[in-house]
Design a protein around this ligand. Structure first.
Ligand SMILES: Nc1ncnc2c1ncn2[C@@H]1O[C@H](COP(=O)(O)OP(=O)(O)O)[C@@H](O)[C@H]1O
Ligand SMILES: CC(C)(COP(=O)(O)O)[C@@H](O)C(=O)NCCC(=O)O
Length: 325
């Protein structure tokens, strides 16, 4: 990996009075120049998603500085918690620091989230870090069918947003144990008998397409809360739509030769497709569901993130934007 930046991926000029500061790759990478990545190749291999070439130098130059920045936020948020509790004459245990990771299908949210979790665990104090994906809050397929949303899986309305909000509020309120439903890509559905438990971690990462969606307007015109109201930090993983579409198609081709070969997989029917037919099928799913969801719902939330990671065509991060405040 050379760290070179594609011309088209040059960091855009900042508006001096805009809310973000843009750091190009070189500036950002210099922040970690002397620190070891401390992740062996085996661990990296386990964390990276299908078709994602993220390597040790990308970890050192991009994900380690981001982890250190988040670590600074967690530390200072803890100081603020202590100071404000002292002022109020209250005692109480600090609640989990919640990080949201948003972005398109196939953009590499899972790799980013798993890397952040692993690197945060190696920060001073060895915090306990849990990771939850929002797919567990998708409605089961039979409910999506009743609602006419089977072709809209991943759209904001395909989630039980009330349950997701309650989950995040419970975690952020310091509940000792909170559970969440579990989604299976293999079954393409919610697993009715499974739940995962979050037991008051120091840090919780919540990863999903729609975690930065603003609150919905109710029929009486009022607005409620959104999960992002409970985030202490958020990351939007971004890339050009044409690149994400290619990554989706390539991942589909890979899954066709692996997961889809299992006759019990929901997608087993795609396992027998020829390569040209598989490419057409993947492009069809992208153009019907995931592409429009990116343009209509997901990318419009980008400006709500604390940090934006902009990837180039080879998954390398070409620039990073950080909220001024
Ligand atoms: N049909 C599938 N079968 C098995 N795994 C899948 C399938 N679709 C997606 N995945 C995996 O699920 C995870 C989440 O995928 P996705 O929502 O596209 O987010 P991202 O690619 O941004 O991490 C990834 O690890 C991906 O490799
Ligand atoms: C399960 C997903 C909606 C992602 O959910 P998330 O965890 O990001 O909330 C997505 O990966 C997905 O499977 N979309 C359906 C369309 C498709 O098969 O590509």
């Amino acid at each position: 990996m050379t760290g070179t930046v594609d011309e088209a991926e040059q960091a855009p000029e900042d508006n001096p009075y805009g809310p973000y500061l843009t750091l190009d790759r070189r500036h950002w990478a210099a922040l970690a120049a002397t620190r070891p990545a401390d992740l062996d190749e085996g661990t990296l291999e386990r964390l990276r998603g299908i078709g994602d070439p993220t390597d040790a130098s990308e970890v050192r130059e991009v994900y380690l500085p981001l982890t250190e920045l988040i670590s600074l936020y967690t530390e200072r948020t803890g100081d603020l918690f202590s100071a404000s509790h002292e002022f109020l004459g209250l005692s109480g245990q600090r609640t989990p620091f919640v990080i949201g990771v948003a972005g398109s299908v196939a953009v590499g949210k899972s790799t980013t989230s798993r890397l952040l979790a692993e690197l945060l665990r190696r920060m001073p104090g060895a915090p306990r870090v849990d990771l939850v994906t929002t797919d567990g809050f998708l409605y089961p397929n039979d409910t999506l069918a009743e609602l006419g949303l089977l072709e809209r899986k991943g759209y904001p309305e395909s989630y039980n947003r009330r349950a997701l909000l309650q989950f995040v509020m419970d975690v952020k309120s310091g509940a000792p144990e909170v559970t969440a439903p579990v989604y299976s890509h293999f079954a393409y559905d919610i697993l009715p008998d499974e739940r995962i438990t979050v037991s008051h971690p120091d840090i919780l990462i919540i990863e999903g397409l729609n975690v930065l969606q603003p609150a919905r307007r109710r029929s009486d015109g009022t607005t409620g809360l959104a999960v992002s109201d409970f985030f202490d930090f958020s990351v939007f993983v971004d890339a050009a739509s044409t690149d994400v579409r290619n990554w989706y198609v390539n991942r589909f081709l890979h899954l066709r030769q692996t997961a889809f070969q299992d006759p019990d997989s929901y997608f087993a029917r795609y396992g027998a497709l020829s390569e040209p037919d598989a490419i057409e099928t993947a492009k069809g799913i992208w153009d019907a569901i995931n592409g429009p969801n990116l343009e209509l719902n997901i990318r419009p939330t980008r400006g709500r993130a604390t940090a934006i990671l902009r990837k180039g065509p080879n998954h390398q991060v070409s620039w990073v934007r950080i909220r001024k405040v």
